[in-house]
Design a protein around this ligand. Sequence first.
Ligand code: FE2
Length: 378
Amino acid sequence: MSLQSIEIADGGNAVHLKFDSGSDARFHAMWLRDNSPDPTTRDPGNGQRLITLNEIPRETVVSNAALNGDNLDVTFAPEARTLSYPMAFLHTHAYDNRPVRAAGWLNDDLETWNSDLNDSVPDAPFADLAAGGEGLRDWLSAVRRYGFAKTSAGPVENGALLDLVACFGYVRETNYGKWFEVRAEVNPTNLAFTGLGLQAHTDNPYRDPVPTLQVLYCLENSAEGGDSQVVDGFAAALRLRDENPEGFALLARYCAPFEFKGAAGVRLVARKPMIELAPDGELVGIRFNNRSAAPIVDVPYDDMDGYYKAYRDLAEIVDDPSMAVSFKLSPGDSFIVDNTRVMHARKGYSGEGTRWLQGCYADKDGLLSTLSGLEATL
Ligand code: FE2
């Protein structure tokens, strides 16, 4: 990475670099000082920062900046220290001239989908995942990209889903236990434990933080029906944004309360938007679950009509068959969903035969960490 010019700008408050590629970027003195890679600022072993912001003088400015081989040497006043920055680091971390993006933008790692994905459902044999390496990397990468993936031909054993989670991370234990049974029950505590069809939903929106992954693992499935479906909640939200932009904004602006009190001693409540945007507009989460939605009270009277219209519009998009990917799990098959994005549904099934799934929760940070590690080493 070579440079056309280096200028000290804004009276020492910034350095302005012009790259040979034609791009340019300004870096603030405080940003540069805080992000120095030198070993007294950042631990070379674990990469953690060794100083607090308050140890950097508030009046820090750049007094000199010069190219030194592949590094930019920057001298700071009043510290009178010269610190060195690899040009590749500065190019990678340039923050100047970032595009302003519309609310609902997605991380580049993600790809939205609809029923067209029925022809190429991400799927891998359980044994490939347990073996680690490239098979696991590719499957985890699909989970990151599409927010779900299937596995097949795993062990048909009680608790086998824990072995799947152990391939990439850690189970999130809840009041339902390390894992829970999903099959028809007498006097069920939750509608999941009946043969009723279930509208596509995200799980446990009444938890804060919500479980970010769910695994559903099939041990028996001889019942008529009971197919599994998944719907990309991000695709649904973006379709709502296109069809009803005011409605999209309302579902993002106001919180909905979610609640579960179906078991003795348990009353879980959370207050979160159905469409969650980061402060800069990135679409980061969906919560959609009619069964656990409590009365909505945090929407002003004048916005409630629009809010309910948006909620209905989103529900109709979610129920649109053109949005869904469907599959029937055989014993030993399972699927994982990013529970902040992809909704899962179940078609109703009859009392004939049996349908026995086990489910558990886990978290996406561990999965993404494992994926990053595999990507860095393979
Ligand atoms: Fe569920």
